[in-house]
Design a protein around this ligand. Structure first.
Ligand code: FAD
Length: 337
């Protein structure tokens, strides 16, 4: 396995921010993971897993080994008249996997069309969109546990999946995911509850939607709403939607009748972070090379070679401003390095 030195990372992150990795390698096989980790142990260097770099902000150089995940392969493990179980290499591109499954008629992840990045990163923050999360289809995960130096297979229930959260995010850097097993349905329940999906299907006069129709609708909606990282550097939603108590929700609703929020339990509400940011006056605002996207306030954009530090500072200003206006602390969704 080749370990390169002083690699510039701007083409490896969707913000396009400059930073240098002291060491860099790509892994195409599981045994190369053992090799990379043992190299770090002997050299006493930290390591960082990298997939497509679409949920990461480099605010400084990385003085260790970047391990770029490129383990490929899609295997059919089991097929019954109603479902399939597939195992997918962590380095496969997420959207290409979705397209592959849609073409085969296997439903479950079509609402997650066009999310950038790799399959191995999908469980990390339990990617989600349009009423569906990766956890709904993940059966098991193969990972190298760097605390015990052993390979483990974690079942769905062991992964502590939650909204943009999982065991892998809580125990940062402990597990290196190499394979994800998905259970997909041949007669899936379709998720078309979102107004935007219904609108596209209606406009196309589709009454009995297929998973392909849903995937196409979502691609259309996302293309219109979100900036393409190849054109404008970004990492999708920069912040999570905050959770508040029902009391806090009621208080806010009194002073802001147009507050966008939805109940998630008998005692808690989730607030739309995009709405809070927009109300605080940030939507479409630019500061030097960084800005808040004009069509979606949750997205921070690198307009002109901003550094990771400039983007981070901009996000900090948004957090402070929402805090002082609403008393709500926003949490970053993007991984800060
Ligand atoms: C335009 C745009 C739209 C987006 N829309 C959505 C959306 O709708 N929903 C959503 O949830 N996300 C969205 N995202 C965020 C992003 O696409 C996802 O979080 C995606 O899963 C990141 O994959 P990646 O391979 O690029 O991960 P990276 O950015 O490379 O890594 C993310 C984190 O996972 C760790 N990691 C990566 N691979 C592994 C591995 N194999 N084992 C262990 N740790 C690993 C990294 O160390 C890092 O901490 C969007 C991003 C963009 C740019």
């Amino acid at each position: 396995m080749l370990i390169q030195e002083n690699i510039e990372l701007s083409k490896y992150n969707s913000f396009g921010c400059k930073a240098t990795a002291s060491y860099f390698c790509t892994v195409k096989r599981k045994d190369e993971i053992d090799e990379a980790i043992s190299w770090c142990t002997h050299q006493n260097k930290p390591y960082l897993l990298l997939g497509g770099g679409s949920n990461i902000l480099f605010t400084k150089d990385f003085k260790g080994l970047i391990i770029k995940m490129e383990i490929k392969g899609i295997k059919l493990l089991k097929e019954t008249p109603s479902e399939v179980l597939i195992s997918v290499g962590a380095g496969e591109n997420w959207h290409l996997l979705v397209k592959y499954c849609v073409q085969k008629g296997w439903g479950g992840i079509e609402n997650l069309s066009l999310i950038p990045g790799t399959v191995g990163a999908a469980p990390i923050q339990n990617i989600g969109a349009y009423g569906v999360e990766a956890k709904d289809s993940i059966q098991a995960i193969t990972a190298f546990d760097t605390h015990t130096n052993k390979w483990v297979v974690l079942q769905n229930k062991d992964c502590h999946f939650d909204y943009r959260n999982s065991l892998f995010k809580q125990e940062k850097n402990r597990y290196i995911i190499t394979e994800v097993q998905f259970s997909l349905q041949k007669q899936p329940t379709l998720h078309t509850d979102y107004g935007a999906i219904r609108e596209v299907l209606h406009n196309k006069q589709i009454k009995q939607a297929s998973i392909e129709d849903i995937s196409n609708a979502i691609i259309e909606i996302r293309t219109a709403k979100l900036p393409d990282p190849l054109v404008l550097g970004n990492a999708g939603s920069f912040f999570k939607n905050p959770t508040v108590s029902i009391e806090q929700y009621n208080q806010l609703k009194q002073s802001h009748t147009d507050l966008i929020a939805f109940p998630i339990s008998d005692t808690q509400y989730k607030l739309a972070a995009g709405w809070l940011i927009e109300q605080a006056g940030w939507k479409g605002k630019k500061k030097g090379p960084v800005g808040c996207y004009e069509k979606q306030a949750l997205v921070i954009v690198n307009y002109a070679q901003a550094s990771g530090k400039e983007i981070f500072d901009f996000s900090e200003e948004i957090i402070q401003s929402v805090q002082s206006q609403f008393g709500i602390q926003l949490e970053r969704e993007v991984n800060i390095v």
